[in-house]
Design a protein around this ligand. Sequence first.
Ligand code: NAP
Length: 262
Amino acid sequence: MTTLSTVLVTGASSGIGATYAERFARRGHDLVLVARDKSRLDALAARLREAHRVGVDVLQADLTSPADVSAVETRLRDDARIGILVNNAGIAQTGGFEQQSAQDIERLIALNVTALTRLAGAVASRFAQSGTGAIVNIGSVVGLAPEFGMSIYGASKAFVLFLSQGLHLELSPKGVYVQAVLPATTRTEIWERAGIDVNALPEVMEVGELVDAALVGFDRRELVTIPPLHVAERWDALDGARQGLLGDIRQSQAAERYRTDA
Ligand code: NAP
């Protein structure tokens, strides 16, 4: 009988991360749960051990703190049982760009961009050497939509999508699976934390439905999973148009419309 790999989930104390933890426990995986709120993590760990008879470790970490990120990196590098990383911890943005303090900007980028990238970096070589492993990065449809008015948050999620696409190209030939999951509005605490009433928002997905759909994409080894997108061809068309640019964007001469010698 093959042993299922351990899953490390960041932001596991609530919302999407806690739901991923529950779903993987249900599938029989041991877990490492990471977030700041240790008492919530301990309570979830106890519940999952009891309900699903799996091993659950709790690793308290503030992923905006470089020292705490280092501790999680060490665990990811050294614990060869960990075969799936769910890079989920993230915060949203309150207010427009002009309302952001330097600290707000630092915190959002430290968590949504720097920590996520460093943690993927901590497993990449080990996974590639073993020819197995999965990195799941939670992005957002906001990363496709500057029109939604959350410029820093959206930019951080555009980064997550690009990073996932790049890691897929680099690591999938070595047997590592990379998935970007792009939820739209999902009923979690992220909204309350950002001072927004989720009940005032249209088209809110329940968190269980979101994670179950994301796991269908995971099981299919899909690179980009957008659970709320009903017309899959829309994504294919967007990605196809982007790839269509590739043959054209590397030229030694400026385009005619920018030439000053005419
Ligand atoms: P959530 O319920 O607020 O969960 C966020 C998780 O991140 C919590 O476990 C929180 O735990 C953890 N976290 C926050 N700051 C942290 C820090 N400094 N260090 C370590 N952990 C931290 O929100 P969610 O909706 O489930 O969000 C999960 C992911 O989904 C995020 O990346 C978010 O951008 C993405 N997403 C959400 C939606 C949505 O509508 N809900 C839509 C698109 C994408 P502690 O407070 O205990 O640290």
